[in-house]
Unconditional design. Sequence first.
Length: 142
Amino acid sequence: MAVKITRYGTMLVAIIAILLLFLPWYSHHLQQRSLRQAEMGFQAEALHTAGKAAAYNPLSVDALFVIAGARQRLGRVQEARRALERATELEPQNYETWKQLAIYERDYWDEPELARQHFQQAVSLNPHDKQLCMEAGLEAEC
């Protein structure tokens, strides 16, 4: 009996390992599909697909970026903001999360002061990125 349990246990561990390797790839695939749907004008479908991508990889900030874009295009501004804020919570040391939040605040939500603060946070995390400094309007500080 113990041999059968061990054999099945080993098979179960192998299956779980394969799934864990597959899920991030599948999440990325869904993110790309969502972006294509958005480009074709299918915003509701893009949001649904992006939501599935996040469900398969809940720690992916890229999936949250795609969700934010889809929600923004659907006029669901507060939900877009929450997705970007969630990205900064998941990866507070990732300059890209702060940069994305700042871009939306500056370009879509007319919140220049918040955008400036969040751009400064992004630059503080990645001070040698000249493109980021230019995007943030902080060339003199870099």
